[in-house]
Write a protein of this length. Structure first.
Length: 760
């Protein structure tokens, strides 16, 4: 195997045929970019394609997907990422052929020997400091090459070879011990903690690795004097230069407002410059101090360096603002260690907003070792949603899940905590917690940022719909179990409650223009929503004008949000007969109209004189039931139009008589229908018989699936005994249908409306 010096001669010599296994990773793609710039013939393979790979292909990368044994044929050198193991076909083929093979860090260490290396290392902050240093040195005219572990918009790419400069800024990964390979000119040691204990036995081994790197540093070792670990390893060295609040180079007079920080950069207590940063948090003032200390020791133009810091915007996924509006602020951050999380929360708190965190733990070993520390850090937010662990190639040990961290947050007290293992559902839980004015931060080194992007897209749509409707309630991912009498159902993507007819019509038009699925629901008394929920805009008309009614003689004008119980009660008070049958029906006027609901021999449309409705383009009309079709439990006009209000006509009568008759209806209903959460009668009565009788005679009373049970009072009712899922209810419906068909040869049809998506 070649040592670092021998490898450096090869990489800085004549062009080679080099293959990279795992080239799509952020670290490996950077190596590919450097090798291409040096004139090598570079090929690569991976399991997935990325935007960066596509950019490298335009520069000459020969890319293959998936990874194959033949990829390494003819290669003079193979470089592989730390995620690659035996069993990978390209890796195994290279071993069989005897092709020289090196790890990513070995290649980077060798490439750095071609220039004066500036190595940025530590457990946290490497990407920010290395990218900040590359940007500042470039602005000062030093023409640095760079290699950083993320996409850096201000640098243009994560790696660049600049033949015009001597300096090479790079971050070193300490997780696998390869930090000992580097021989930099200068090193910046940010922090040293007990991390990566899947590789190191203890903190002493970690200290020894950093010390070995520092021993090989030929120039200055810049270390954070505020960090106990960095001070322990670096203080006292002849080439050590301290920075931090207590360092030779320090920052002072720190001020923060609206994610903008200002501070004084000092040497030995004397101010050298006043600095403005547009990346938030005091930890970034500390990071900038490290970079300015390097620039000062290199005798670069300090005013140019300070001006460059003001234009620095950070790396992708380092306190990256993904959505900002007067209502919501969404930020994504790569933080996956308690120290990093605490720094992110401190920065977020400067916004003065209620703070919601969506956290994905990274690695089982870290989760197990640091669960208490994670709990203490996360508990500084107002609400926390924890999802399951992103494994990063690790095998899960028994009992180690994200719940360990959720429980640790709960133990810290004073904060809303939700554990939801599945990442997509965790994102929905976080979105459901948001209130207007909140800030949400997605945290983690895995793929939790994908949920942040989905949340940002949905918030933009929600805000657009809310703007269209004006006053009213607008929420993400509202559980439909709160809005159905069966108490089951997944989330409504956009839940909206307009308060005016104009607002509703504008909302209808906007949804129609944008192609957003749109539906109106009432109190959900004849409705089962599947556990996957409802896509698009789900509207409830119950507030404002929709919840108002007015009596004039024997006429009642009511909005669609008026509850039937309220309408029946008003009729008693006014001495109006004809509405007694509504007592005890758990619905509202809108659902009653749409379904032409009825009971005790009466149907809704028999009492309606005028129906007010809107079409799918937001135009309002009024019609008498004489002018449109009305069927049993069906009004075709309202399948594609939306009821807004109705004028009902009753019959003047004695108040006591109306009250007595209403109580009779209510008594008959109580005697014949079960108590409990249900959707009413599940099946239509088939010709010549009752559905309940068929179910009863099939011996299905008290049959259950989970917490869903066929009622023993009325067999055509299914009761949610508490905590039933829609999947359980629907499974029980199919069981009843099948058993009745086997016993009686009758295929029952559902009367309840079943809508929504299957759970994923």
């Amino acid at each position: 195997m070649m040592n670092t010096e021998e490898l450096a001669k090869e990489l800085h010599g004549a062009p080679l045929r080099i293959h990279l296994i795992g080239v799509a990773g952020s670290g490996m793609s950077g190596i590919a970019a450097l090798l291409l710039a040096l004139g090598h013939h570079v090929s690569g393979s991976d399991r997935t394609d990325t935007q960066e790979v596509r950019r490298l292909r335009s520069l000459g990368l020969d890319f293959h997907i998936p990874q194959r044994a033949e990829d390494t044929e003819g290669a003079q050198l193979v470089i592989y990422s730390s995620a690659i193991r035996r069993g990978n076909p390209a890796f195994d083929a290279a071993v069989r052929r005897g092709v020289p093979m090196v790890r990513r860090a070995e290649a980077l260490a060798a490439l750095m020997l071609g220039k004066k290396g500036v190595l940025v290392c530590g457990m946290h902050g490497k990407t920010t400091v290395s990218s900040m240093a590359a940007h500042v040195l470039r602005a000062a005219g030093a023409h640095p090459s760079h290699y950083v572990g993320a996409e850096i918009p201000i640098l243009g790419t994560n790696a660049r070879w600049d033949a015009g400069g001597e300096l090479f800024v790079a971050e070193a990964d300490e997780s696998d011990g390869t930090i000992v390979l580097y021989r930099p000119e200068h090193a910046i040691v940010l922090n040293i903690e007990a991390e990566h204990l899947d590789h190191y036995r203890n903190l002493a081994e970690i200290d020894a690795a950093f010390a070995q790197m520092a021993d090989r540093t030929t120039g200055s070792v810049f270390y954070c004097a505020d960090d106990p670990g960095a001070s322990r390893v670096c203080a006292g060295r002849k080439n050590a230069v301290s920075y931090g609040k207590s360092g030779i180079y320090s920052y002072a007079n720190f001020e923060a407002s609206d994610f903008v920080s200002t501070f004084s950069f000092c040497k030995n207590g004397a101010e050298l410059a006043r600095v403005k940063l547009n990346v938030p948090g005091e930890h970034n003032a500390l990071n900038a101090t490290a970079v300015l200390a390097l620039a000062a020791e290199l005798n670069l133009d300090l005013p140019k360096c300070v001006a460059a810091l003001e234009t620095f915007r950070g790396a992708r996924r380092r306190f990256e603002i993904v959505h900002s509006s007067p209502n919501f602020l969404l930020v994504d951050d790569y933080g996956h260690h308690p120290t990093e999380i605490a720094a992110v929360i401190r920065a977020a708190r400067s916004a003065g907003r209620r703070l919601v965190l969506l956290f994905q733990p990274h690695r089982y070993t870290r989760t197990q070792a640091l669960s208490a520390e994670f709990g203490e850090a996360l508990a500084r937010a107002d609400a926390v949603v924890v999802t399951d662990v992103y494994p990063a190639g690790e095998t899960p040990p028994p009992g180690v899940t994200g719940r360990l961290i959720a429980d640790a947050v709960i133990a810290s007290g004073g904060v809303t905590v939700i554990y939801e293992a599945e990442r997509k559902r965790a994102g929905m839980e976080a979105g459901r917690l948001l209130r207007s004015g909140d800030m949400l931060v997605t945290l983690g080194a895995g793929n939790i940022h994908e949920q942040g992007a989905a949340l940002a897209a949905d918030l933009r749509t929600l805000e657009m719909l809310q703007s269209a409707m004006g006053s009213g309630v607008a929420r993400l991912y509202e559980p439909m179990s709160k809005h159905t009498t069966m108490r089951v159902g997944g989330p409504a993507q956009f839940w909206l409650e307009p308060e005016t007819e104009d607002g509703f019509c504008d909302l209808v038009r906007k949804a129609h223009e944008e192609g957003i699925p749109f539906m109106v629901v009432g109190r959900g008394s004849n409705l089962i929503v599947r556990d996957g929920g409802l896509r698009g805009a789900v509207v409830r008309l119950r507030a404002g004008v929709f919840g108002e009614f007015k009596l004039e003689g024997d006429v009642i004008r009511a909005g669609v949000g008026v509850r039937l119980k309220a309408l029946s009660g008003a009729a008693i008070t006014a001495g109006i007969s004809g509405f007694e049958w509504m007592e005890g029906i758990p619905g509202d006027v809108g659902g009653c109209l749409r379904m032409n609901a009825g009971a005790m021999g009466v149907e809704t449309m028999e009492r309606v004189e005028l129906l007010r409705y809107a079409d799918s383009e937001g135009n309002i009309f009024e019609k008498s039931p004489r002018d449109f079709e009305v069927h049993y439990r069906s009004v075709p006009l309202l399948r594609s139009n939306y009821a807004l209000a109705a004028v009902f006509r009753g019959v003047s009568s004695d108040m006591d008589k109306v009250g007595r008759r209403t109580r009779e209806f209510a008594g008959r209903r109580r005697a014949s229908q079960p108590v409990g959460a249900s959707a009413g009668c599940v099946f239509r009565n088939p010709p010549g018989g009752g559905a309940g009788q068929l179910i009863d005679s099939a011996g299905l009373k008290n049959q259950r699936v989970g917490a869903a049970r066929v009622s023993d009072v009325h067999a055509n009712f299914i009761i949610n005994e508490g905590g039933a899922s829609a999947t359980e209810v629907l499974s029980l419906i199919e069981r009843v249908r099948d058993e009745v068909f086997k016993r009686h040869g009758v295929r029952l049809e559902t009367e309840v409306q079943i809508i929504g998506e299957e759970p994923t």
